[in-house]
Design a binder for this molecule. Structure first.
Ligand code: ADP
Ligand code: ZN
Ligand code: ZN
Length: 725
């Protein structure tokens, strides 16, 4: 073979190695294309990152690419982003790039969604023509005859064997035509006339040229979505595209419908984990080709290739699901902002309860422009009144008399009620009152949750499940008790108290897909339901005009959490849930049951004063040296073997303590869940005032660990800007 004719290319491969790999390639190839390469004894998919490079390796050591695919996946803009992300999050470049490759392509399948067609007879087809068909072609004759009377879909055709061959024959002979079926455009809903706060925001953002970051802080129901839509309208002129990032799970279907009816002639696609792989690949390609002008996606969509991206929007910025919790632990907000900067386009985040990180950057550091919506957009709607009520002390009566009366009152007025309790199942603990035994998970350091309707105990951390014990495993006592409450227990209680009310439980056990969720919205809007009982699934984005009372149960545990973000989360969650109440003209009410009605955090939630909360919270974080005033990183480790784990973290900590650096390291600690899915866990925290220094420190740590013998026996990961502990 003539080595001169081929060039050397650098390829990203999905392996935990920091470098790109050199290959020879004699075909025409460009940056971003994907290739199949030999790797050891395997064949792997790689992404071409550089072409025509010089190599330091001897030419005969460099292997030849097996195959070059036509499709180019990424452009140079995205490679810049990948390099930034790999370095910031301390993750191998090959694996970083592969995170962004649609899984279907990774599996080597490049086929996207199958298109749906309807088949028509052409003018050339007639009974005479059909008479001329060979008599033994029964199905061909049947298909042609039916087409003459009416068009046929694939579903109708599938009833006949070999239909594909026959249809192809008819089409090839100009006797039939096929037309792609596209979903009907929904009814157009006209833009609303913005109020002055809204239009002020739209004007300010529209004025920007190039990169600028904005934070829209708008109370619940203040019309943020309407603002986004007005912005999008101007951003997609001249073939522009926008990316709208939304939290995982429930927001997508409703929001998508709302966008589709506003922009009913535009192509809008979504990208999230509930799509089938072919659909996801198809939508990803529509974004890449520029056909889809509006892309609504969850965190991973931040890496989607676009032809002409003009802005990145992020709704519900505070949502935890924007941070990936395994492998490449990126935060879509920070990556999104970086991408907007690289592309020189605006970045716009919105929330009723922004994260302390973004708030600090906007208010104190002025890195984002803060824009506020202070009133509910619907003129008749106001924020609900919030009452703090002492929790009832009777264990068998989970609801206070006050809340019971309030529910009865709303039901009497034909209004709807939402009861929020952020724990699914019946009760979180099964307990023996004679010896104190509790049912634990064997694989995690956690209690098993009682699921009464399935008569099961389940671990919510590892999905272990078994039948409920009929007696105590320690002393044989058959009188076991359940402690605490979950959605099932509250549902049971409400059914007893309000026998004629139509009650629906909403949690991961009852809502499994978009269909369930759509049904729930429809039933709420048609007033086929009176009371919803559910978890945080209910805290987001829903607009139910007849919902006027929200009851919040059992939220106190956040007050004694060791996580410094617990108050921020509680504030945000309760304000979001409370915001579901009174979105139309009837004044809403929120009842929070707590053992600490005087607690300052609840007082702030009561007044729904985000600015006041944020000011004090940030002051506290500053005094205690917590983010956003310092930068944090964590070395998270786990192993089935406790001895290896301890040896590993001890060596790591020793190395870190001896590194000459201003990064502060804290001795290894066991996290709240010491054992998870059979793995013992240990964490080492680091913090610094300087991002570059922290980054440098982490890469030294990473090289050290990679060279350790024991590191193969321990699972480890570096989490930069961690949010769960
Ligand atoms: P947010 O996203 O801030 O929670 P939404 O955009 O969902 O708020 O708006 C809340 C409600 O107010 C929706 O029913 C919406 O149709 C309505 N709304 C928004 N803007 C206006 C406006 N300018 N005039 C009238 N109604 C509006
Ligand atoms: Zn016992
Ligand atoms: Zn478990």
């Amino acid at each position: 073979m003539n080595l001169k004719e081929s060039q050397i290319i650098k390829v990203a491969i999905d392996v935990p190695v920091d470098d790109l790999f050199d290959y020879r390639c004699s075909d025409q190839v460009d940056i971003g294309q994907f290739v199949v390469v030999p790797f050891g004894s395997r064949k792997l998919i790689g992404i071409v990152v550089e072409v025509d490079v010089n190599t330091t390796l001897p030419l005969n050591k460099i292997k030849e690419v097996i195959r070059v695919d036509e499709e180019s996946l990424f452009n140079t803009e995205l490679f810049k982003l990948f390099r930034f992300v790999a370095s910031y999050y301390q993750y191998p470049i090959g694996q970083t790039i592969h995170t962004a490759v649609p899984s279907r392509i990774k599996q080597g399948v490049t086929r996207g969604k199958k298109k749906n067609y309807i088949f028509h007879a052409s003018n050339n087809l007639s009974h005479e023509v059909i008479h001329g068909f060979p008599k033994n072609q029964k199905n061909l004759i049947r298909i042609a005859t039916q087409l003459l009377s009416q068009p046929m879909t694939e579903t109708a055709l599938k009833k006949m064997s070999n239909w594909k061959k026959h249809i192809e024959h008819l089409i090839n002979h100009d006797l039939a035509t096929q037309v792609e079926i596209t979903p009907e455009a929904p009814q157009h809903s006209a833009p609303l006339i913005l109020n002055s706060e809204q239009s002020n925001i739209v004007e300010q953002i529209k004025k920007t040229k190039g990169f600028e970051a904005f934070l829209i802080h708008g109370i619940t129901g203040s019309g943020k979505t309407e603002v986004y839509m007005h912005l999008i309208d101007s951003l997609i002129k001249n073939e522009g595209q926008v990316l709208v990032m939304v939290p995982e799970i429930n927001l997508t279907p409703q929001l998508e419908d709302r966008f589709q009816s506003r922009f009913h002639t535009k192509k809008i696609v979504s990208l999230h984990s509930h799509l089938s792989q072919p659909d996801r690949l198809e939508n990803w390609r529509l974004a890449k080709s520029g056909e889809a002008q509006i892309v609504i996606g969850t965190r991973l969509s931040v890496f989607t290739p676009f032809k002409n991206l003009t802005a990145i929007l992020m709704d519900e910025e505070h949502d935890m699901s924007f941070k990936q919790q395994d492998n490449l632990r990126y935060h879509a907000r920070d990556v999104g902002m970086m991408r907007a900067k690289l592309l020189n386009i605006p970045f716009i985040a919105g929330s009723a309860t922004p994260s302390m990180e973004i708030w600090h950057r906007a208010v104190n550091e002025k890195k984002l422009k803060l824009l506020s919506l202070t009133k509910r957009a619907n003129e008749d709607a106001t924020l609900p009144r919030v009452d703090l009520i002492k929790t009832g002390q009777d264990l068998d009566e989970p609801l206070s008399t006050y809340l019971k009366d309030a529910i009865q009152h709303r039901l009497d007025q034909q209004q709807q009620v939402l009861i929020f309790i952020n724990r699914r199942g019946f009760a979180p603990v099964l307990f023996c009152s004679s010896c104190g035994w509790q049912a634990d998970c064997n694989r995690c350091s956690s209690k098993l949750v009682v699921h009464k309707n399935k008569q099961q105990l389940r671990c919510h951390h590892c999905d272990y499940q078994r039948t409920i014990d009929s007696s105590c495993q320690e002393c044989g006592n058959v009188d076991l008790m359940t402690l605490g409450k979950g959605t099932q227990k509250i549902e049971e209680q409400l059914a007893r108290l309000f026998p004629s009310a139509r009650i629906k439980r909403v949690d991961r056990d009852t809502i499994k897909n978009k269909k369930d969720l759509d049904q729930l919205y429809a039933d709420m809007h048609d007033h086929k339901l009176d009371i919803l009982v559910g978890t945080q699934m209910l805290s987001k984005g829903h607009d139910f005009p007849q919902l006027t009372l929200v009851g919040i149960l059992d939220a106190d545990h956040a007050l004694y959490s060791s996580d410094f973000r617990a108050s921020e989360r509680l504030f945000s969650q309760l304000v979001q849930v409370a915001g579901r109440s009174g979105r139309a003209s009837i004044k809403g009410e929120v009842v929070i049951e707590t053992n600490f009605p005087e607690h300052p955090l609840y007082k702030k939630i009561q007044s729904q004063d985000f600015n006041g909360f944020a000011k004090e919270e940030l002051q506290l974080r500053k005094e205690l040296h917590f983010p956003p005033f310092v930068m944090q990183a964590m070395l998270k480790t786990e192993s089935k073997n406790k001895k290896y784990l301890e040896e590993f973290v001890t060596q790591c900590f020793q190395f870190m303590s001896n590194l000459p650096s201003k990064v502060t390291c804290f001795p290894p600690v066991r996290p709240y869940l010491e054992r998870l899915q059979g793995f013992e866990r240990s964490h080492i925290y680091m913090q610094s005032n300087n991002r570059t220094e922290l980054n440098h420190f982490l890469s030294q740590l990473r090289s050290f660990i990679s060279a350790m013998k024991i590191s193969s026996r321990v699972k480890w990961v570096i989490d930069v800007d961690p949010v769960d502990f």
